[in-house]
Design a protein around this ligand. Structure first.
Ligand SMILES: [Zn+2]
Length: 268
């Protein structure tokens, strides 16, 4: 990893007070989770279910083969109760608290940013923690889904629950979409992590950013990444940890400088 680039990127991010983070699928995959599509294990999924993840998370399967839908939900989407440690969520939460990151835009359906203490999250697809009874509106979390015997139903009315995320082929909630586009368009720095800039379903949205501080952090280089002004490849978690460390170092140096200055003033 090029350390000079880490330093440069650290400076770009920490010098801004309007960084918008776009968080892609490689971020939660580093924690061992599959996500909705699970396209990285598409072959295994087709073997097991006879469909791809993209075909299963649809209203057709939900309405016609609801047992299979929930089997996929429990075993593939909720494949891990506790993800492996990743520093990304904590570093992002810290950056938000320090007033650097203003919005986090993601299609991730897990609540890791919320759990880390982030507040301004635009979840385009919704959340596995907000499954709803279509009859009474009661909300059920992912644990309830995972632990349900067979198809999860409302404990009050016995009606089959609706997942807390949008199904493929359904419209993404318009309010969330507008919020995401406005944030990306208005960003000073756009920090994209865990997706390539050409990735399907993101490339149109990322085009709303037209300034020259596009930072890309991903596991590997992909075609189309040339558009980024700064790139870092490797473990996303490691890169975020290094960015945070670099920032701490700079902070200490700065406060040491300030202390020195005020000392020399006093001695005059
Ligand atoms: Zn109910």
């Amino acid at each position: 990893m090029d350390l000079n680039t880490i330093e440069k990127i650290q400076k770009v991010i920490w010098d801004s007070d309007n960084v918008v983070m776009v968080s892609g699928s490689e971020v939660f995959r580093e924690g061992g989770l599959n996500g909705l599509r699970a396209e990285h294990i598409v072959y295994d999924i087709e073997q097991k279910y006879g469909f791809s993840g993209e075909e299963i998370v649809t209203s057709q399967i939900y309405s016609r083969q609801v047992a299979m839908f929930f089997e996929y939900y429990k075993d593939i989407i909720l494949n891990k109760e506790k993800p492996d440690n990743t520093t990304v969520y904590d570093v992002v939460a810290k950056l938000e608290k320090e007033g650097k990151i203003t919005n986090i835009v993601t299609k991730m359906v897990y609540d890791f940013y919320e759990d880390a203490g982030c507040e301004h999250i635009v979840k385009l697809y919704g959340s596995v923690e907000e499954n709803r009874c279509p009859a009474c509106g009661k909300i059920y979390n992912s644990k309830y889904i995972k632990q349900a015997k067979g198809t999860p139903k409302c404990s009050e009315c016995g009606v089959i629950l609706r997942p807390g995320f949008s199904l493929f082929g359904e419209q993404i909630d318009n309010k969330r979409l507008t919020h995401a586009v406005d944030a990306i368009e208005g960003a000073d720095v756009l920090l994209v992590a865990g997706i390539s800039l050409n990735s399907f379903g993101w490339q149109n949205m990322l085009r709303y950013y037209d300034k020259d501080k596009l930072v890309l952090i991903n596991t590997e280089e992909k075609i189309g990444d040339e558009r980024a002004n700064y790139c870092l490849y490797g473990s996303i978690s490691d890169i975020f940890a290094k960015l945070a460390k670099e920032a701490e170092k700079n902070k200490k140096e700065e406060s040491a400088k300030k202390a020195k200055k005020s000392d020399s003033k006093k001695s005059k």
